[in-house]
Design a protein around this ligand. Structure first.
Ligand SMILES: *Cc1c(COP(=O)(O)O)cnc(C)c1O
Length: 369
C-alpha cells in the first residue's frame, strides 16, 4: 500500500472501473448511464473520475451547478453534461459551454427561453424535471400542459429528456411509495410523449434505484454513490469497492500522564497513563467535531485508534496506548477499514456526507490499485 508523508485522498480508478462494471451489469440491454460527478465527484476528483468514465463508455454526466460543468469542459470532457440545479444568472455561461440544463419550474423555463433566444439558439437540449414526491425540484404533473404550451411557442429549446428523482429507493419499507413514484413518472412522461412531435429519453433511477428497482431503468440511469463504492446496503457494499482512501500520518506521539488532559477544552482526561498520536487532519478538512470524544476512530497498523478529546481545525488526536506505532507511521481515516460507511454511521451520517465534506485542502492522488 502506498505510503504518504502527509494527508492525502487516494483515488483508485480501478475501483471506479469495477463499480461501473458492476452497476452496468444490472442494466437491461441498451440502457444508458449518466455518471453523477457533482461536488468534485462526491469529494474525490471529478476530472480524473470523468475522464476514466468517458473511457469506460459512460454516455452522460451530471453535475449540480454550472460551475462544476465548466470545470469538466475546461478539463476536456466532451460528453453531454446535465446541470441538475442551474440558476438563471449562469444560463449564458451554461450555453457557452454546451451544458444542458434541468428545467424544473415555470420561472426557470421562462428565463431559459429568454436567454436561449437572445443567444440565437435553435433546439437547445434541455431536460424537464418532474416532482413525483421528493418536493425538492421539479414541475408537478399538473403543470404539464402549461409547460408544453410554453414550449410550443419557441424553437429555441428541444426536450432532450424528461426525468424525476426517487425519494427512498434504498428503503425497503418505502417500496409502495417508490412503486407509486415510478408509476406517476410513467404517466407524466406518456402524457408528454403524446403531445410532442419528437422523441426524448427518460430517467428516474439513482444508484439504489438501479440496485432495487429494475423496472425503473427507463432509457437511462443516473448513478452517483455506487460509482464511488457504496450501495446503501451492507450486501451491495460488498459488491462495490471504495474509490477514495483517506490516508494520513502520525505527526507526533505524546505520553500523557494520569489526570492530564488532551486537546481544547480538556475534552479528554487520561484516567490512566496513555499514549496519543497527533494526526494532521481536522474539522477544516471535513472530519467534523462530532467524531471527537471517542465517537470516531482511525486505523493504524490495522488497529482501531479512537479520537480523543475534541477534533481541532487542522488536527486531531487519537489514543494509541495499545498500538505499537511511531511518528511517521501511516494512518487510515477511511478506505476499506474503516469504510466511509462505518465511520459516518458513528455520527448518524451517511457516506455521501463524509465523502463530499473532505476539503479541497487535502491533496488528491489518483492511482490504480
Ligand atoms: C445526486 C443525484 C443522483 C445520484 O444519486 P446516488 O444516490 O448518488 O446514485 C441522481 N439524480 C439526482 C437528481 C441527484 O441529485
Amino acid at each position: 500500500m502506498a505510503q504518504f508523508k502527509e494527508t492525502v485522498l487516494e483515488i483508485d480508478l480501478n475501483a471506479l472501473a469495477h463499480n461501473y462494471t458492476y452497476l452496468t451489469s444490472k442494466l437491461h440491454n441498451g440502457i444508458k448511464t449518466m455518471a453523477v460527478v457533482k461536488a468534485f465527484g462526491y469529494g474525490s476528483e471529478s476530472t480524473a473520475i470523468a475522464k476514466e468514465l468517458e473511457r469506460l463508455g459512460v454516455h452522460y454526466f451530471a453535475v449540480a451547478y454550472v460551475k462544476e460543468g465548466i470545470a469538466l469542459r475546461d478539463a476536456g470532457v466532451t460528453a453531454p453534461i446535465l446541470v441538475l440545479h442551474p440558476q438563471p444568472i449562469n444560463f449564458e455561461a451554461l450555453i457557452d459551454r454546451c451544458l444542458e440544463p434541468s428545467i424544473y419550474s415555470i420561472r426557470i423555463l421562462s428565463h431559459f427561453i429568454e436567454v436561449a433566444r437572445s443567444k440565437n439558439q435553435k433546439a437547445y437540449p434541455v431536460h424537464l424535471k418532474f416532482n413525483t414526491g421528493l418536493n425538492r425540484l421539479g414541475f408537478r404533473g399538473s403543470e404539464t400542459e402549461t409547460v408544453l404550451a410554453k414550449l410550443k411557442h419557441t424553437k429555441a429549446l428541444k426536450i432532450s429528456s424528461v426525468f424525476s428523482h426517487l425519494v427512498a429507493s434504498e428503503d425497503a419499507n418505502e417500496k409502495e411509495f417508490t412503486l407509486r413514484q415510478i408509476e406517476s413518472f410513467r404517466t407524466i412522461s406518456e402524457n408528454i410523449q403524446k403531445e410532442l412531435p419528437y422523441d426524448f429519453f427518460l430517467h428516474q433511477s439513482n444508484t439504489s434505484g438501479v440496485l432495487n428497482y429494475p423496472q425503473a431503468q427507463f432509457d437511462m440511469v443516473r448513478v452517483g454513490i455506487g460509482l464511488y463504492g457504496f450501495g446503501n446496503s451492507d450486501i451491495e457494499n460488498k459488491n462495490l469497492k471504495p474509490v477514495a482512501t483517506l490516508k494520513s500520518v502520525i505527526s507526533q506521539i505524546h505520553i500523557v500522564r494520569k489526570g492530564e488532559s488532551v486537546g481544547y477544552n480538556r475534552g479528554f482526561i487520561a484516567k490512566n497513563p496513555s499514549r496519543t498520536a497527533t494526526i494532521p487532519i481536522g474539522h477544516a478538512d471535513g472530519i467534523s467535531r462530532a467524531y471527537g470524544k471517542g465517537v470516531g476512530w482511525v486505523t493504524i497498523h490495522g488497529q482501531k485508534a479512537p479520537i480523543v478529546g475534541n477534533v481541532c481545525m487542522d488536527m486531531l488526536m487519537v489514543n494509541v496506548t495499545n498500538i505499537d506505532c511511531a511518528e511517521g507511521d501511516q494512518v487510515i481515516v477511511f478506505g476499506t477499514n474503516p469504510t466511509a460507511q462505518q465511520l459516518s454511521e458513528a455520527v448518524g451520517s451517511i457516506p455521501y456526507e463524509l465523502l463530499t465534506a473532505i476539503s479541497q485542502r487535502i491533496k488528491r492522488v489518483v492511482c490504480r490499485k
